[in-house]
Design a protein around this ligand. Structure first.
Ligand code: ZN
Length: 141
C-alpha cells in the first residue's frame, strides 16, 4: 500500500491503536516501550507491544505480538504497520521483525514510524528489507 493511499483517518486510527498498545508494553529492563498496529487486508487493525523477560533473549518485539494477534484473528496479509516508540529518535523495526513482516506483507507493505508526538517517517518493506527471502522462494503463496 502506498503512503498516499492511506487516508488521514486511517493514519490516525493506526497511530491511536499503536500508542494504546504501547501503553501495555512490558519493558521493565530497557524501559523502551514499543507499540505496533497492523492494518490487514480486510481493514482490521491488530495491536501489540514489546514484552521483555528477565531471561533477556526470551523477550519479543511489539511487531511480533501484533503479527500473532493478526494470525490468531485469521488475518494473513498485512497492508500497513505503524510502530511507535518513545521518540525523539525515529524507531524502525529490528532486522528480525522486518523478516517476520515479510512473511505476511508484500514488497509495498507500508511501515510507519511514530512516537507520542505523531507520525515521523514511512517506508515500504522493500526499502527496509531489500533482496529479501520470502514464502514464494519455497513456492508457498
Ligand atoms: Zn523486532
Amino acid at each position: 500500500m502506498l503512503w498516499q493511499d492511506l487516508p488521514l483517518d486511517l493514519q490516525q486510527r493506526l497511530l491511536t491503536a499503536s500508542l494504546g498498545a504501547r501503553a501495555h508494553s512490558h519493558s521493565p529492563y530497557s524501559r523502551y516501550a514499543v507499540g505496533a498496529a497492523i492494518l490487514d487486508d480486510e481493514g482490521r487493525v491488530h495491536v501489540g507491544a514489546n514484552i521483555e523477560n528477565a531471561a533477556y533473549p526470551q523477550g519479543w518485539c511489539a511487531e511480533a505480538t501484533a503479527l500473532g494477534a493478526m494470525v490468531m484473528a485469521g488475518g494473513r496479509r498485512a497492508r500497513a504497520v505503524l510502530v511507535s516508540g518513545p521518540g525523539p529518535d525515529i524507531i524502525t523495526p529490528c532486522g528480525g521483525c522486518r523478516q517476520k513482516l515479510r512473511e505476511f506483507g508484500a514488497a509495498d507493505l507500508l511501515i510507519i514510524a511514530a512516537d507520542p508526538g505523531g507520525i515521523r517517517q514511512h517506508w515500504t518493506l522493500e526499502q527496509l528489507l531489500p533482496f529479501s527471502f520470502g514464502p514464494e522462494h519455497l513456492n508457498k503463496p
